[in-house]
Design a binder for this molecule. Structure first.
Ligand SMILES: Cc1cc2nc3c(=O)[nH]c(=O)nc-3n(C[C@H](O)[C@H](O)[C@H](O)COP(=O)(O)OP(=O)(O)OC[C@H]3O[C@@H](n4cnc5c(N)ncnc54)[C@H](O)[C@@H]3O)c2cc1C
Length: 396
């Protein structure tokens, strides 16, 4: 493949880079771009909302959304460049991330014209932030086994049940909810999707705090919560198909992230942190581990480019698309593991110290990295998919 970008693409990159340099406030920049997908508190959340509004006003939000829905209608390459520049600037994940990447594209595919007019513009300008109400205590990998019920009652549905691991529900105005509308049908055919106002009486949000102390997830309880029939997304009992659209966009956006900057920071750390009285960098074993991360990261980049080339040629996704999620998320975990090896006993300290001034960043990185291979489909499930659908291996 041709590794050079066309002049028009380079111009797009420069334009976005210059805009970020001029407008991105340094206090919004992340310590570690990958680990703070949900704001740590409401004040940070509101600051990020203002940031999304500013970006939207300048035309930098929803760049791959079609123009007719308020996006920029840009192509795949621009989307990749946007991601690269945004990550390199260590800009914060947009608070409307879930709406922009998952709910919006699902609405564009399944929504009525009225729903698109009503819900899409506030996703772009961050007036309304969304969360994803799919997983339940007994339905994660086996999502179709979900038990939350929505019972038809005139022009509304009455919802009862519980969701879990709902990222950002504490800030969200709306939730894309999957609920069972036909308990007698085969499990994939009795589910419907709903657009639900989080202010609906009967909805309770309870925090789940991560090992890092960060409030990322929640449990969301529905107790006789009434949802208007007009808020059904797609046909009744076709929610599984709707969720497939959402999950396709979720998996597509997971795993493809570049790890280059993190590995560079880890190398810098190894040069300063001491083990047995000398810099960790002088330990050949550590250097080998860091070299392997750099190799893996390059392999991931090339696999991503191969996948991109196929998409640009209009070809069906190949095996490289499926391995991106597994390899990318497992590389994220390996970076956390090597950080632990470099830091040794310092890895347990979540306070800045003379030995490790940015200790909280590394503590967070090491402890939080386990989530990568679980969110957006676990590694085991991805391997099942690769085995069955890519390699064509028998199921038993
Ligand atoms: C950071 C993060 C953010 C998330 N955000 C959201 C969100 O916003 N909204 C939402 O709805 N959900 C969210 N989730 C939940 C996520 O989708 C689920 O955690 C995930 O699908 C796994 O489901 P589970 O936790 O119930 O684990 P389980 O499905 O119970 O799996 C437990 C273990 O068994 C393995 N396993 C299960 N079935 C099989 C099988 N058939 N073959 C082999 N191994 C198997 C799994 O791989 C895993 O190791 C989030 C999760 C994380 C970590």
């Amino acid at each position: 493949m041709d590794f050079e970008y066309a002049p028009g693409h380079e111009q797009f990159r420069q334009e976005f880079r210059d805009w970020l340099v001029k407008h991105l406030p340094s206090e919004l920049c992340l310590d570690d771009a990958s680990d703070d997908r949900v704001a740590s508190d409401r004040e940070t959340f509101e600051r990020r909302r203002m940031w999304q509004k500013e970006m939207h006003a300048a035309g930098w939000v929803g760049i791959s959304w079609p123009k007719e829905y308020g996006g920029r209608g840009a192509g795949l390459i621009e989307r990749v460049i946007w991601d690269e520049e945004y990550t390199a600037a260590r800009a914060p994940v947009l608070p409307g991330n879930m709406g922009l990447n998952l709910v919006g594209p699902t609405l564009i595919h399944w929504g009525t014209d009225e729903q698109k007019r009503r819900y899409l513009p506030p996703i772009l300008n961050a007036d309304e932030v969304w969360c994803q109400g799919f997983s339940e205590p007994n339905a994660g990998s086996d999502l179709a086994g979900l038990q939350t019920r929505a019972v038809e009652d005139g022009d509304r549905f009455v919802v009862n049940g519980q969701k879990v691991w709902t990222s950002g529900a504490q800030f969200a105005h709306w939730i894309l909810l999957l609920a069972r509308t036909d308990a007698t049908a085969p499990k994939h055919r009795g589910i419907s999707a709903f657009l639900v106002d989080m202010a609906t009486p009967g909805i309770t949000v309870r925090p789940l705090v991560l090992a890092t102390g960060h409030h990322h997830f929640n449990e969301v309880f529905f107790n006789d919560a009434a949802v208007p029939r007009a808020n059904l997304l797609g046909p009744v009992n076709q929610g599984w198909k709707v969720s497939t659209t959402t999950l396709m966009h979720e998996r597509h956006s997971a795993g493809g992230r570049s790890h280059v900057a993190q590995i560079a920071r880890l190398v810098a750390l190894a040069r300063t942190v001491h083990q047995d009285g000398r810099p960790a960098w002088e330990n050949p074993w550590i250097r080998q581990r860091l070299a392997q991360l750099a190799i893996d990261s390059e392999a991931l980049k090339l696999t991503r480019l191969r996948s991109l080339t196929r998409q640009l040629r209009g070809e069906a996704p190949g095996p490289e698309g499926s391995v991106l999620k597994v390899f990318g998320s497992e590389l994220g975990v390996r970076i956390g593991d090597v950080a632990g090896e470099v830091l040794g006993i310092h890895a347990l300290v979540n306070e800045p110290s003379d030995a490790v001034p940015d200790a909280p960043r590394w503590f967070n990185r090491i402890v939080a990295s386990r989530q990568y291979t679980i969110s957006a489909g676990t590694s085991e499930i991805q391997r099942n998919i690769i085995a069955e659908r890519v390699l064509g291996l028998p199921k038993d």
